[in-house]
Write a new protein. Structure first.
Length: 203
């Protein structure tokens, strides 16, 4: 099976792991158990749930070891750590399909059970002020980080920032790769939020 190298930011905000944990609970609720749940497709048969759980196992596994602490080339400024892992592309694809199904259910024509389940989780997770669309956007952003296409920047940094390698002073070339990769991650997670730039770069 084809695997993909993914980068997971370690900034203590939980923008990747927390939404995926909630998505797991949603998918558990939607699996068809003895006629309770939805009737067909990747949500009902449990394939999307199994795929998501496979991704979460990988995330939990890499989080057990301390992430390397990257430093800017000046050797002083600490950058947000990145954890790298490989995930099954088939699992990423199935979770993406599940998110598409959930999205379609909210724009009319979806099963009431799906809409009601999403509404209940949106109310619980977003402190009674969020909408289902906000919940789905959180899911999509988290999945999108894992689903970013692997490039030379990710491969370079994965070899340099191995788990447990302590403090690592990046070269100028590596720092430029870090800026490009984290720029892609920030765009997926935060859009144009200026606070994200501060979190990742201090400016």
């Amino acid at each position: 099976m084809t695997r993909r190298l993914v980068a997971i930011p370690d900034n203590d905000q939980g923008e990747v792991t927390a939404p995926l944990g909630v998505l797991e609970e949603v998918l558990i609720a939607l699996v068809d158990h003895d006629g309770e749940g939805i009737s067909s497709g990747v949500l009902a048969d449990g394939s999307a749930l199994a795929a998501l759980q496979g991704l979460l196992v990988v995330v939990v596994d890499v989080e057990r070891a301390p992430a390397a602490q990257p430093l800017a080339p000046d050797g002083r400024f600490e950058l947000i750590p990145l954890r790298f892992a490989t995930m099954e592309e088939a699992d990423l694809r199935l979770v993406g399909e599940a998110l598409a199904v959930l999205g379609r259910a909210t724009v009319g024509g979806g099963e009431d059970f799906v809409v009601d389940t999403l509404g209940a989780w949106a109310e619980a997770e977003l402190h009674h002020h969020g909408r289902v669309g906000d919940l789905l956007a959180n899911f999509a952003r988290a999945h999108g980080v894992l689903d970013l296409a692997t490039d030379a920047d990710a491969e370079l940094l994965a070899s340099r920032l191995q788990l447990g390698s302590g403090r690592v002073v990046l070269t100028t070339v590596e720092y430029e790769a870090y800026e490009r990769l984290t720029g892609r991650i920030m765009a997926m997670l935060y859009g144009d939020d200026p606070m994200a730039r501060f979190l990742f770069r201090g400016a």
